[in-house]
Ligand binder design. Sequence first.
Ligand SMILES: [Ca+2]
Ligand SMILES: [Ca+2]
Ligand SMILES: [Ca+2]
Ligand SMILES: [Ca+2]
Length: 508
Amino acid sequence: MFFFAFISLVFSFTNFSKCDIPRIRGVSIAKTSLYPPGEHFTCLDGSRTIKFSQLNDDFCDCPDNSDEPGTSACPGGSFHCANLYHRPKTIGSSRVNDGICDCCDGSDEYIQNLGAKCENTCLEKGREEREKTKARQELLKKGGLIKNEMIMRGKALKVERASKLLELEKRKSEADGIKVEKEKIKHEVESLENEALSVYREMEERDKAKQEEINIQEAENTFISYDTNGDGVVDVQEIQSNLALDKDRDGVVTEDEALYFLDDKETIDLEYFKSNAWSRIKSQLMIKDGSFPPPEEDGKETAELENTRDEEEGEQEEEEEETGEGEVEEQQTTRQEEIQYDPQTQQLIDQANQARNELSEAERVIREIENEIKDLSDLESREYGASEEFASLSGECFDYEDREYIYKLCPFERASQQPKNGGSETRLGAWDKWIGSDDNKYSRMMYNGGATCWNGPQRSADVHVECGLENKLTAVSEPNRCEYSFTFQTPAACEHHSEHHSENHDEL
Ligand SMILES: [Ca+2]
Ligand SMILES: [Ca+2]
Ligand SMILES: [Ca+2]
Ligand SMILES: [Ca+2]
């Protein structure tokens, strides 16, 4: 009787069939050799030697708990269930005979009168798991075949990109050559144009100087004619006696009107008249004799003239700036536009214009090629998996609909969201990088920098990439505010080797 109780405590009978040495309860096969039958047992940490009968005697003798692998006597110990036909499991020793079935073979509940009666469900559970594993293996196998095709396509795309880049670089260097040529032509033609135009510019200068001389003479004559009492200054009364200066044409030159032409001074001398008053008086005189359009209303006149002047000023020589009021210049501008060049000069101008156009066209072509190169380099810099398996997904988009939204994932580009009732699209993020674990980097994609949430951060999408036979967005959620989680299935993620099912081989 005592012997039987001893045996039942120390050994578990379940695994007898396979082993020559009876197995100590709660010890895995791998560790059985650490419990050799004999008179004594030495704790696994070597700290104590006890009688063999003290193994699993429901009293904790070893400081490292190693004498009680099959009971709950040592609080920090652990118990190993063999779980034949399923997966072995190690549980805390406090769960031994605690009335709850923790092991599918029921081995943790071996004292029947404690209440728990554990059926051995390992066979059933093992079968379920094996079926699952088998289905998984089949998925991985089928997916793996598609993945191989994706790898081939990805590698072909890489070659394509490389040859496209070569071609673009060739076109770029040709375009650079053309630009240099066009620059040279422009330089040559412009120097001829410049030479021909210099004759006209000198003529203009002379003409301008002559006009200026006439203008000054006219100013002096006018001053003298206004200075009726000959005291060398023109005053308000003298201005008032000239009806030509009746600005508002009411028949009287008021004191205010006179002061306007005198630049708000009581009297002005010849120098001041020429430099500050003359341009106003001159415009008034021109309006009066009809050589200048009359003002519509005070104030607006100057503004409008200024505008016209600004528009035309751009095409003129810079030296003409700051030569005084706009009105006089306006006349000169009009004169300048009327210049007729001799046929030879006109031909040179036309040639120069053409050369300038051809150069900007050559520059435009270069910019275009450079943009293409940049786009291609951007594509090239992205990581498309360990063997280019994800590359063929670039340029495609996948949708997922829930009750309210249509979500869109364009791999390596962006993630977005659009309300089904027709609102506008919200950017959830642009492609950033792979953020999977160390052993499988290509299991998660990060899309960052999406539209900013009201009073919150920028949106982002974390895309979990799983093995599936089709490229498909299968789930979208928002686990944290503005942080979206996508699940994307693709054969490109079918990894044959990443499954671990080796552990239960030693028990089976
Ligand atoms: Ca003991
Ligand atoms: Ca238990
Ligand atoms: Ca006077
Ligand atoms: Ca008046």
